[in-house]
Write a new protein. Structure first.
Length: 571
């Protein structure tokens, strides 16, 4: 727009839609704070209808009026242009990109006299801005259709496929590393990287997988423990995308033959996230996985993890003992670290010296001395543990018991007055006993040091907004589960709140086995695992299966999720 921009209040008074006193009243409301636009204030006060306001401004400013009636004809084009403006910015400022042509971007706005917004859009996109007028209701409706499940990312990928300027991987290699870096820094790759991170945060992903195959590529988000595919880019864009992420992670982009690890920190959706990045060379190129760590969302409280009241009492009894070995077992990604950190968070204080050795240190705990494993310089679990014993510790956390030397030091530490926490990889709690014996620990040492064994898994929580009552297949219920048919159970359905998965968040299920005198006697005698399990059941310690199905009875998770997560092993 050339010349001085007219004020929206004057335009509406001139059009006869509002009076000067009504505009003055709305301006006073604005002065009270909140950052609301004048037009929105006038609508909220009931002085003008939003459609009348938009059509009047359209006539006064001689700017086209956009209505949702026109949406079907431009929808596909608008969806391809979502990469130009991040979704968060578009929603916050109620702006819809409609068209891009010859260096000009056409946008729908509620207030085309907002010169600050127009200037910001021009700086953000480096395009000239043309505006059309629309109601807030219509713009939000269009944005909701554009940003459907995977919509933004899919649209951006399709748009990038149509753009020129990307060399093939072979051509980039031939041109030399300098030219390759120049290609990687081109705006579309940067925008696509940002959009992938933004979409991952939108769906609460814990990991991002970028995978190359012979003729195509794959991008998958791990959401509540389950991988979900999103729109994949083509091979050329994929190569540039991986290289862009390697640069952010301080990796060597020229090295494609060996695995690499790196990390970076980024602000996404107004929150700071840590990204741990790993690459491995496959036969079709480099596969990359990004682990997403959100420190602000890590609530390290034992009471919210998923313990039943009696389980929590047993756990707290063990962690408040002055010495002993507490083992947490479960597969990667089962929440073991969160359980351990929550325990340390509860125990830490001025009178306690807590030292940890971890690989890696996932979260920083104030008041806890945390050490990162560095095998390349000889800083291993075992070597750090030997040093810890000269540091006057009260509580020691060993990230993982992997070998005989580490296990021996853990056992020795627990027997000499220290409380020791560690993890071990077994399928259930009782199997940890035989695992320690298989490593080479004598049965009498296992029996005398162990105080508590905890096996755990994570199950997805049903979305409260869309879960529906469900009639189960009774034959699918494990025999060990006592089923109350009077209970209503629920199944996953899917809605916008849960990204159409039917689940929203996860919680832990536990199998807790305290090692009392009767259990010690069996362990010391090297009793078979079947006897150990039988004693645990006799003493009333529930299995993982029983814990999972209790969550089904309570309406927290679904039957399908319980069956998917729990591995039931006969003795």
């Amino acid at each position: 727009m050339a010349g001085k921009n007219p004020r929206i209040g004057d335009l509406l008074i001139e059009a006869g839609l509002v009076t000067a006193s009504q505009v003055e009243q709305a301006l006073k409301q604005q002065e009270k704070g909140g950052g609301e636009l004048l037009g929105a204030t006038l609508i909220r006060l009931g002085f003008v209808d939003e459609k009348n306001l938009a059509t009047a401004l359209s006539k006064q400013l001689k700017i086209p009026f956009f209505s949702m009636e026109n949406w079907p004809g431009i929808a596909s084009n608008a969806k391809r242009l979502t990469y130009l403006i991040p979704e968060v910015y578009a929603r916050k400022n109620t702006v819809l990109v409609i068209e891009r042509k010859d260096g000009v971007m056409v946008v729908a706005l509620t207030d085309p006299t907002d010169v600050v917004l127009l200037d910001n859009l021009q700086k953000m996109t480096r395009l000239e801005i043309e505006s059309v007028i629309a109601t807030r209701t219509d713009i939000i409706a269009a944005l909701n259709q554009i940003y459907t499940e995977g919509g933004a990312l899919k649209s951006a990928v399709e748009s990038f496929r149509l753009q020129s300027g990307f060399e093939s991987s072979a051509a980039a290699g031939a041109a030399g590393l300098g030219n390759a870096v120049a290609e990687i820094d081109k705006a579309p790759v940067v925008q696509l990287t940002n959009l992938i991170l933004d979409e991952a945060m939108r769906y609460r992903a814990s990991d991002i997988h970028l995978e190359p195959y012979e003729k195509e590529t794959s991008i998958r988000f791990r959401i509540d423990g389950v991988l979900k595919s999103v729109a994949p880019p083509d091979k050329t864009i994929f190569t540039a995308l991986v290289s862009r992420l390697k640069i952010l992670s301080n990796m060597d982009i020229a090295e494609k033959r060996l695995p690499q690890d790196g990390s970076f920190t980024a602000t996404v959706r107004n929150k700071v996230y840590d990204f741990r990045v790993s690459t491995v060379p496959t036969i079709y190129g480099e596969k990359m996985v990004l682990r997403i760590l959100d420190r602000s969302s890590a609530r390290l409280e034992l009471g919210i993890l998923g313990f039943e009241a009696d389980e929590l009492a047993l756990f707290r009894e063990a962690i408040n003992k002055p010495n002993g070995l507490i083992l947490i077992t479960g597969p990667t990604g089962s929440g073991k670290t969160t359980t351990l950190y929550s325990a340390l968070n509860e125990l830490k204080g001025e009178q306690v010296n807590i030292t940890t050795i971890e690989d890696p240190v996932e979260y920083q705990l104030e008041g806890v001395n945390q050490v990162q494993v560095k095998s390349s310089i000889g800083l291993t679990f075992a070597s750090a543990l030997r040093s810890f014993l000269r540091q006057d510790p009260d509580i020691i956390l060993v990230g993982e018991t992997r070998d005989l030397e580490t296990a021996q030091i853990c056992i020795r530490s627990s027997l000499t007055g220290h409380l020791v926490f560690s993890t071990i990889h077994t399928n259930d709690a009782i199997s940890s006993v035989t695992r320690l014996q298989d490593i080479g620990i004598e049965p009498f040492l296992v029996a005398s040091s162990l105080t508590l064994i905890v096996a755990q898994r994570l199950v997805r929580r049903l979305c409260e907004k869309c879960k529906m009552p469900h009639q189960p297949n009774w034959e699918s219920i494990p025999k060990e589960v006592v089923w109350d048919r009077s209970k209503t159970i629920y199944q996953a359905v899917g809605c916008e709140d849960c990204a159409k998965t039917g689940y929203l968040g996860r919680m832990a299920i536990y199998e807790i086995v305290p090692v009392y005198e009767d259990m010690r006697e069996l362990i010391a005698k090297k009793a078979p695992i079947s006897e150990l399990r039988a004693l645990a059941l006799k003493n009333g310690w529930p299995t993982l299966a029983q814990s999972a199905f209790k969550k089904v009875f309570l309406g927290i998770t679904s039957l399908d999720e319980a069956l998917r997560m729990v591995m039931i092993r006969e003795g």
